[in-house]
Design a protein around this ligand. Structure first.
Ligand SMILES: [Zn+2]
Length: 246
């Protein structure tokens, strides 16, 4: 396995497909999970503990439940990535890796990683802190396709409902279904046959997440960059979906 991990690298693991794949691509260096007390914490912590048994380079779960109270309706927790980044640095790591494939969140952008790297270097001169998101130009599908299925099947969890097994209906489950199809993999949750292209596309928004127009109006300027990548992923997913045996 080619490794581009540096000796003091740490990956911020959320146990979703993106971060687990990122961790794998870097040669499985140290990693850490921050428990923010979300609705979906339990299945994530359970998987992290199992992963840590197999990979002792993983740090113990870090309690950050006090931050979870800030979680918004779209599941974004303001300042989470900033607090996690600083905590990872304070734990003794100088190469801090975030996973952010084609992501809109302001605290996953290049400006964020650049500014936090600079702030950490100012706060502690002499340490070459680096915060990075090495696969930011990849889609979720590309990350999944480059990662052994077994690792993802055994340890990845991505469902906002926190159910076991994942609900298959929320936006996180929908995005996982589409990315798996586009990656040529079997989706992690059940996928009903006979969907139209629009219905397949709507899986990304989950059952209760508003109309396409509302989605467009919520789109941040930084997100526009990723529209072609996401469109490509969606077309690949649609092609794979149509070829599936019914
Ligand atoms: Zn779900």
């Amino acid at each position: 396995m080619p490794s581009t991990a540096r000796p003091n690298t740490i990956v911020l693991l959320s146990m979703g497909y993106d971060s687990l794949s990122t961790w794998h691509q870097l040669g499985r260096p140290a990693a850490v999970y921050f428990d923010v007390g979300s609705q979906y914490t339990d299945p994530e912590v359970d998987r992290y503990h199992r992963l840590r048994t197999a990979f002792p380079q993983l740090l113990p779960v870090q309690d950050m439940r006090w931050l979870g109270r800030q979680e918004r309706h779209d599941r974004w927790v303001p300042l989470r990535n900033l607090v996690m980044t600083v905590a990872a640095a304070a734990l003794g790591y100088d190469d801090i890796v975030m996973s952010a494939p084609s992501d809109w969140a302001p605290d996953k952008r290049l400006t964020f990683t650049f500014a936090t790297s600079l702030t950490l270097r100012i706060a502690q001169p002499g340490v070459g802190y680096r915060v990075r998101r090495p696969f930011s130009h990849w889609t979720k599908a590309k990350l999944i396709a480059a990662t052994p299925p077994k690792l993802l099947e055994e340890y990845a969890y991505s469902c906002y409902e926190g159910t076991e097994p994942p609900c298959g209906r929320c936006a996180a489950c929908g995005r996982a279904i589409i990315a798996h199809l586009a990656a040529g993999r079997e989706p992690p949750t059940e996928l009903r046959p006979g969907l139209s292209f629009g219905e397949l596309m709507d899986l990304r928004r989950g059952r209760t997440n508003g109309s396409r127009l509302a989605e467009a109006s919520r789109m941040r300027p930084g997100e526009l960059v990723y529209v072609p990548l996401r469109g490509w992923e969606l077309l690949r997913a649609w092609d794979a979906y149509r070829r599936r045996p019914v």
